[in-house]
Design a protein around this ligand. Structure first.
Ligand SMILES: NC(=O)c1ccc[n+]([C@@H]2O[C@H](COP(=O)([O-])OP(=O)(O)OC[C@H]3O[C@@H](n4cnc5c(N)ncnc54)[C@H](OP(=O)(O)O)[C@@H]3O)[C@@H](O)[C@H]2O)c1
Length: 338
């Protein structure tokens, strides 16, 4: 069993903790708790052991009557791998703590590539993370882009990629940043950081991205244009996308007209928290004109990186091939395995 701790129990940390609980080769030893909040009461009800982020947190939780097992330092004594779900840019300080405890660490996309030197999307570069001390699972948008670019690159081949990202303004439980009543250029300059971030995983891909925020909390929507290396047609691109892991192809005629329908599909499937772990491609949007493939890509920001985190844990622990790990993860989360 790989013993896993989660430090930072927010949007990503909560989901990764539940996903780890579903793995037959992993034990969720505990999660850290910063400030008293109903999510920790629910975690306790689920039997998840809680550890305070620090002594101040411990005092605050004790006052509220919580039973905690110790602090982050105690958790680190009991795990093989820690998943860092802390707010972006906490990575450098947290990495020093993990290193001192001799614990391997999975970081998230809010950190810089240089923090670990390995940026991870399971289908693209699982092997690069095997037995490393730490790895960074890239952001939700970068994960979505890498999945589709890798899929088409392994089929017709990609000589250049471009994407325009309509980003959700914030997450559904965040009342501090949203809803917004505007389309916000994010940033006003071109390119956005997403293109360079894709290259930390797929260094051979030429890519330029632009991004803006829109008034929604559910999902990002990318308009993707891939210049193909070969004289492929629409069916070749569709075939490559259909054969790839962790992609769902949907059609407008079946009722998938918007991101709201993708979230509704997950609700109908009875997915935990309505999570869509797959990147969604609108099959009917796939069009090839003069050697360029065009399509729409949907990314559920809260969920898409969850399977990647589970695979990153196995990569760091060692002893699994990419195929073995992705299969275990997919089967446990209800993702159709390809
Ligand atoms: N949200 C997304 O859509 C998304 C998607 C992909 C990747 N990411 C990346 O995932 C990471 C986490 O983002 P998130 O949205 O999950 O954050 P979040 O919802 O704000 O949650 C952050 C959690 O970290 C805890 N925390 C605060 N300071 C900490 C510290 N110094 N060390 C450890 N834990 C700390 C907080 O505890 P308390 O609540 O108890 O204070 C909170 O539970 C970021 O790198 C982000 O860029 C986010």
């Amino acid at each position: 069993m790989i013993r896993v701790g989660v430090n930072g129990y927010g949007t990503i940390g909560r989901r990764v903790a539940d996903a780890v609980k579903k793995q037959k080769d992993m034990e969720l030893v505990g999660v850290t708790a910063g400030h008293p909040h109903y999510k920790y009461a629910v975690a306790s009800e689920k039997g998840i052991p809680l550890y305070a982020l620090d002594m101040k947190s411990l005092e605050a939780f004790n006052k509220e009557g919580y039973v905690l097992r110790g602090t982050l330092n105690d958790l680190l004594q009991r795990v093989d791998v820690v998943v860092d779900g802390a707010p972006e840019d906490s990575g450098p300080a947290n990495k020093a703590v993990y290193s001192q405890a001799g614990v391997k660490a999975v970081f998230q996309g809010g950190e810089e590539h240089e923090l670990t030197g390995v940026s991870f999307v399971a289908q693209c570069n699982f092997d690069r993370a095997v037995k490393k001390q730490s790895v960074r699972v890239v952001s939700c948008n970068t994960t979505g882009l890498c999945r589709v670019i890798d899929a088409v690159d392994k089929g017709p081949g990609v000589s250049r990629a471009r994407a325009v990202l309509a980003r959700r303004a914030t997450d559904p439980d965040d009342v501090k940043k949203g809803p917004i009543d505007a389309v916000v250029l994010d940033p006003t300059t071109v390119p956005s950081h997403h293109g360079p971030d894709v290259r930390t995983v797929l260094p051979g891909i030429e890519i330029v991205t632009m991004a803006f925020k829109v008034p929604t909390t559910h999902m990002h929507l990318h308009s993707v244009i891939l210049s193909l290396k070969s004289k492929a047609g629409r069916e070749d691109v569709v075939k490559a996308l259909e054969a790839a892991p962790r992609l769902n192809l949907v059609d407008g005629k079946s009722g998938f007209k918007s991101t709201a329908n993708i979230m509704d599909w997950a609700r109908e499937k009875g997915r935990d928290r309505n999570d869509v772990y797959e990147a969604t491609v609108w099959r009917d949007s796939v069009t090839v004109v003069d050697g360029d493939a065009y399509f729409f890509l949907g990314v559920h920001q809260e969920a898409i990186v969850v399977p990647e985190n589970v695979d990153a844990i196995r990569a760091l622990a060692g002893g699994y091939t990419r195929e073995e790990s992705m299969k275990l993860t997919d089967q446990s989360l209800g993702i159709a395995h390809r």
